[in-house]
Design a protein around this ligand. Structure first.
Ligand SMILES: Cc1cc2nc3c(=O)[nH]c(=O)nc-3n(C[C@H](O)[C@H](O)[C@H](O)COP(=O)(O)OP(=O)(O)OC[C@H]3O[C@@H](n4cnc5c(N)ncnc54)[C@H](O)[C@@H]3O)c2cc1C
Length: 380
């Protein structure tokens, strides 16, 4: 049985980043990725900040995004469009391959096409034999087997997501579209995201059974007769469990539900936590990970969870009225310029400093039923 410092299960972005950072610090690292050519399960939308931090090069960028058009369930619209690019849509498959190549360049052994089958507390059983790691990292996605094998709890909520690659070029390649309402996607939203030659049209929902039908209906309405290049399904974990580590085992990325509760985006939070974990392992301080990742991201995730609870408690009528208020020219311009898709709580601070928008804030409040209802929503 081969002895190694670190075994990383899963070669998605989170696993590849942990492996790279730890190997760069001198650790003997093996990363296992069972299906390096699996279909895309991601819209690939990340902020420009995330693109910088993940080291996304220009050739991986399929579209530059200035903002979003939000469609309310009853026909209201809000266009939140900034003067500068706020996000990019990336080629996710190539990003993953590139991050694994960087891990390899840093000295990690990257074993593609190898599945990890089990963990007995000492040995990791894989389709390429047994390994004895000092540290085990579970970067194996939303249904983490590492979490199961080590008795770590799962996320608070799991959404089902389906996405189609629609073979049309968007007429508005600088904006994503968001569709709200129970008819589109109960418990979340549907999206249409320009990606160069195609549009990624998908949705996530709390309805675990009917998600594929919801996507079919969405495609028929939004892209009738357009050729579909492929459909993929995935899971989005929401709300990290109370613990994501136990002894020498650490979860990261989707395995730890390091995901934005409001949008389901996991690349930035997972990448941030992965860099931290990899460096702490390299420095011999992995026990610091649990406290340190929560210091970085915990507050923002808690804010997102509260906002999500409020969102879930809104009726379609209330959502529609809220979108109509957001559509106000001054407010939408402010949201588009100052909003931060990675740190949405910062917007609240910005709004407090913008008295010219307070009357619109009151309108938004009225749209969701007034102050006492807002209190109810936030404490729901
Ligand atoms: C439809 C959809 C759209 C999304 N859109 C966006 C978006 O636009 N922006 C964004 O930021 N996020 C988005 N996300 C979320 C994002 O895709 C995830 O947060 C991200 O992939 C998490 O990265 P990860 O490395 O933690 O896990 P994953 O990318 O899930 O990687 C886990 C890897 O582990 C491997 N693995 C699992 N078990 C084993 C095993 N036993 N042995 C070996 N290998 C194993 C898997 O093959 C997989 O490659 C979306 C998710 C879905 C489902």
């Amino acid at each position: 049985m081969e002895k190694i410092d670190l075994a990383v299960v899963g070669g998605g972005p989170a696993g590849a980043i942990v492996a790279r950072e730890a190997a760069a610090g001198g650790a003997k690292v093996v990363l296992f990725e069972r299906s390096p050519h699996a279909p895309l399960r991601c819209a690939g939308l990340i902020s420009t900040r995330a693109a910088d931090e993940l080291g996304v090069s220009r050739d991986l960028v399929l579209a530059e995004i200035h903002g979003a058009v939000i469609h309310g369930p009853g026909g209201s619209d809000a266009a939140l469009l900034s003067s500068r690019p706020k996000a990019v849509v990336i080629d996710r498959k190539r990003l993953d391959a590139r991050l694994r190549a960087r891990a390899r360049d840093a000295g990690a052994r990257v074993m593609e096409g190898v599945s990890v089958l089990g963990w007995d507390g000492t040995a990791l059983h894989t389709t390429a034999g047994k390994f004895r790691p000092g540290i085990l990292v579970g970067a194996d996605g939303a249904m983490s087997a590492v979490a199961r094998w080590t008795g770590l709890p799962g996320p608070r909520e799991v959404l089902v997501a389906y996405q189609a690659e629609v073979a049309v070029r968007s007429g508005r390649p600088d904006r994503v579209e968001i569709f709200l309402g129970r008819d589109h996607a109960p418990g979340f939203f549907a999206w249409a995201i320009p990606a160069g030659d195609t549009v990624r049209a998908g949705l996530a929902t709390t309805e675990t059974k009917g998600a594929a039908d919801l996507l079919r209906r969405f495609l028929a309405r939004r892209f009738p007769n357009a050729p579909i290049r492929g459909v993929s399904g995935g899971l989005i974990p929401i709300g990290p469990p109370a613990r994501v580590s136990a002894g020498g085992t650490f979860l990261v990325g989707d395995a730890a539900a390091q995901v934005k509760p409001l949008t389901g985006g996991g690349l930035y939070y997972g990448g941030t936590a992965a860099r931290l974990l990899g460096r702490l392992i390299a420095d011999g301080e992995p026990a610091e990970y649990e406290a340190r990742w929560r210091e970085k991201l915990g507050r923002e995730i808690e804010f997102g969870l509260r906002a999500r609870r409020a969102f879930l408690a809104l009726s379609d009528g209330e959502l529609n009225r809220l979108v109509a208020v957001l559509g106000d020219r001054a407010l939408s311009a402010f949201l588009a310029e100052r909003g931060d898709m990675d740190y949405p709580s910062r917007l609240v601070r910005e709004l407090k400093r913008a008295p010219q928008l307070w009357s619109l804030g009151l309108k938004a409040l009225a749209a969701v039923g007034g102050l006492s209802r807002l209190g109810e929503l936030l404490s729901a």
